[in-house]
Design a protein around this ligand. Structure first.
Ligand code: UGA
Length: 435
């Protein structure tokens, strides 16, 4: 089928590349010219395992093209996916102006029937506004449908998640749109939920909020464990074995970050409150996440006594492994707080150093960046595990002990076996485990 995508960001690019890999012809429009230039050369604007290779292959096969021209894309495509950003406003509500702009521009060039599909995460009822914007901006009467098809891919495993979803959600208001989207997804074997558009829109915010709630629940348990001597790893594993609960997304740690959970929770709280609903459940999910950094720092103080003048290594900057994304990364929140207290920081990450430097500038000797973990650990007074990169998990602990000034590790991801650290002579402070 002929597929148009508006927006060459995380969701748009993955959607485009994956659909082209399934044999469809894809046209991606992106308004930032520099990005389009790079994409035409096969260079994605972010790191995602396997994406660059697949993009290059699809370009070679002529299955995907990139342009700034929304008119050409609208004429070319049978189905148009809107994958533009919906960043949070001051009050937490998503800024939907890019969605409106996309809808208006599509309308200006619409000559024949098209299905226009929201894939970006949007508040429930956004399709009403998209439909209205298109209708008001049409040059002449043209039939069209608006649909919702939320995306559930995770950064770091985007291609795999896109091609092997747990379910596909299709929100439609006409048989015609339903049949087109079912045809598009006909080779996917997972359950397909065909529903009204509002339900489809709601499913996305509800999914992310529920997952964040599981994480905050595990983090709340870790607080109790640290005060009582219980072990959060054992507790979460055991509760997760109840199939009604499930073991996934119950990993206690330094808190969730990224471009989705923090933003989507705040948005969902706002959406509910505007409907007059008490959203305190999700406010607590957010509050528990916010205090993860405080708890981490008090643990660090318990080990170091004073922070001022100490050299602290941050192991992992990206908000999770296998990505260079630093949006809402706990590492940077922690780093800012430690700088305020007068620490010297050595930040290590295998992929995210360049992005981090833009957000939190290098300023030796106060703030230094490293792409070699051993150089970052040299003469450190303490190391903080913030992102569970393989490179961090696999550190040679004897060497770590040898090169640090004082061998102290505070672990926000529980990546090490406490026994092995003790044997290596390292003082170890995991999360939710009194040690
Ligand atoms: C999340 C959802 O998992 C996707 O399904 C969704 O499509 C995406 O948001 C989105 O809305 O676009 P993502 O933000 O890429 O995906 O990453 P996750 O793997 O969900 O991790 C989010 C954060 O939670 C990370 O900081 C991670 O370290 C943290 N986390 C995750 C925990 O602290 N504990 C866990 O048990 C799991």
């Amino acid at each position: 089928m002929k597929i148009g995508v508006v927006g060459g960001g995380y969701v748009g690019l993955t959607t485009g590349v994956c659909f082209s890999s399934l044999g469809h012809d894809v046209f991606v429009v992106e308004k930032v010219e520099e990005k389009v230039k790079k994409l035409k050369e096969g260079i994605p604007p972010f790191y995602e395992p396997g994406l660059e290779e697949l993009l290059k292959k699809m370009l070679m096969e002529g299955k995907i093209r990139f342009s700034t021209n929304i008119k050409e894309m609208t004429e070319f495509s049978e189905i148009i996916f809107i994958c533009v950003g919906t960043p949070p406003k001051e009050d937490g509500y998503p800024d939907l102006s890019q969605i409106e702009e996309a809808a208006r521009e599509i309308a200006l060039h619409l000559r024949d029937y098209r299905v226009i599909v929201e894939k970006s995460t949007v508040p429930v009822r956004t399709s009403y506004w998209i439909e209205r914007t298109i209708r008001l901006n049409l040059h002449r009467p043209v039939e069209f449908d608006v649909a919702s098809n939320p995306e559930f891919l995770r950064e770091g495993s985007a291609i795999k998640d896109f091609l092997n979803p747990d379910r596909i959600v299709i929100g439609v208001s006409s048989e015609r749109a339903k049949n087109i989207l079912l045809e598009l997804y006909k080779d996917f074997q997972c359950p397909k939920i065909i529903t009204d558009i509002s339900s489809a829109e709601l499913i996305k915010h509800a999914s992310n909020s529920f997952l964040a709630m599981k994480i905050s629940f595990a983090n709340l348990l870790s607080e109790i464990c640290e005060k009582t001597g219980a072990n959060v790893e054992v507790v979460t594993h055991a509760i997760g074995l109840d199939r009604r609960i499930g073991t996934d997304f119950l990993k206690a740690g330094i808190g969730y970050g990224g471009s989705c959970f923090p933003k989507d929770i705040k948005a969902f709280i706002k959406i509910g409150e505007e409907l007059g609903i008490d959203m305190s459940l999700l406010k607590d999910v957010h509050n528990i996440n916010e205090r993860r950094i405080d708890i981490f720092i008090s643990k660090l103080k318990g080990a170091l006594w004073n922070i001022k003048g100490k050299t602290i290594t941050i192991l992992g900057i990206s908000f999770k492994p296998d990505t260079d994304d630093i949006r809402e990364a706990p590492s940077l929140k922690l780093s800012r707080r430690l700088r305020e207290e007068g620490a010297y920081l050595k930040l290590y990450d295998p992929k995210a150093v360049e992005n981090a430097k833009r957000e939190f500038p290098e300023n030796p000797p106060e703030v230094e960046y490293f792409s070699d973990p051993y150089l970052a650990l040299q003469n450190a007074d303490a190391a903080c595990v913030v992102t569970e990169w393989e490179e961090v998990k696999k550190l040679d602990l004897k060497e770590v002990k040898r090169i640090m000034r004082t061998p102290i590790i505070v672990d926000g991801r529980n990546v090490y076996n406490p026994q092995l650290l003790r044997e290596a002579g390292i003082e170890y402070y995991p999360t939710g485990i009194k040690f």
